[in-house]
Design a protein around this ligand. Structure first.
Ligand code: HEC
Length: 187
């Protein structure tokens, strides 16, 4: 009897560790995907800005950003996207879980946490399937202000109005939370 209890305890410890290991592995994998997603996005943005300023670069974000997210998803087997509380593209709308995490990021920032390091990881059930979900906050940097700031130039405003009639992603200041990367993988 004692041995059975002992075996059960050992099992619990091992399975506990296995879950913690799996969380760590998945978090590391998600971080890697975000890194390369960000690199590709920044590369395209810089190319676009160099060749024709922000008006031209809008076209890059408009046409390339969804494609880069799609590529990241296809190459990794994860679902990869960006989302925000103030959307430019309505198809980036957060689901209930993401909305909670985004609000939580805002609360954590208000409490003084560094937004460049903010993450949220959780295993949740989606349609009865265990799913690993990961979000990483995206702070607003200087370059972002050309298209998301408080003093966007007229030609940029015109182009944004044309492409995104319901645009809410303006009026950000440097350091504000612009949104988050959101990744998920069925376990
Ligand atoms: C040249 C203009 C431009 C610049 C500069 C720019 N963005 Fe955007 N951003 C856009 C456009 C256009 C979209 C919509 C893309 C789409 O249709 O998916 C967008 C969408 C986003 C989204 C997805 C959520 C949403 O609102 O649809 C995030 C997050 C985001 N931008 C963050 C940033 C950050 C952070 C920076 C600075 C590093 C930045 N952007 C710089 C034009 C720009």
């Amino acid at each position: 009897m004692k041995r059975v209890v002992f075996a059960a305890a050992i099992c619990a410890i091992f399975s506990g560790n296995a879950i913690a290991d799996q969380m760590m592995d998945n978090t590391a994998e998600a971080r890697g995907i975000v890194k390369s997603f960000l690199k590709n996005l920044k590369g395209e943005l810089q190319k676009g800005m160099k060749s024709g300023g922000p008006v031209n670069a809008i076209e890059v974000c408009n046409t390339k950003a969804p494609g880069i997210a799609r590529d990241a998803s296809q190459n990794s087997g994860w679902d990869v996207a960006r989302t925000s509380l103030k959307l430019r593209n309505p198809s980036n709308k957060p689901d209930t879980w993401e909305l909670k995490a985004l609000n939580d990021f805002e609360a954590r920032k208000a409490a003084g946490e560094d937004p460049t390091k903010m993450e949220h990881t959780e295993v949740v059930e989606v349609n009865g399937q265990k799913t690993f979900r990961y979000m990483k906050a995206i702070p607003t940097g200087d370059v972002c202000l050309h298209c998301h700031g408080t003093a966007i130039k007229e030609p940029v405003v015109k182009k944004l109005d044309m492409l995104y009639p319901a645009d809410k992603a303006r009026g950000f200041n440097k350091g504000d939370l612009r949104g988050a990367f959101t990744l998920s993988k069925t376990l």
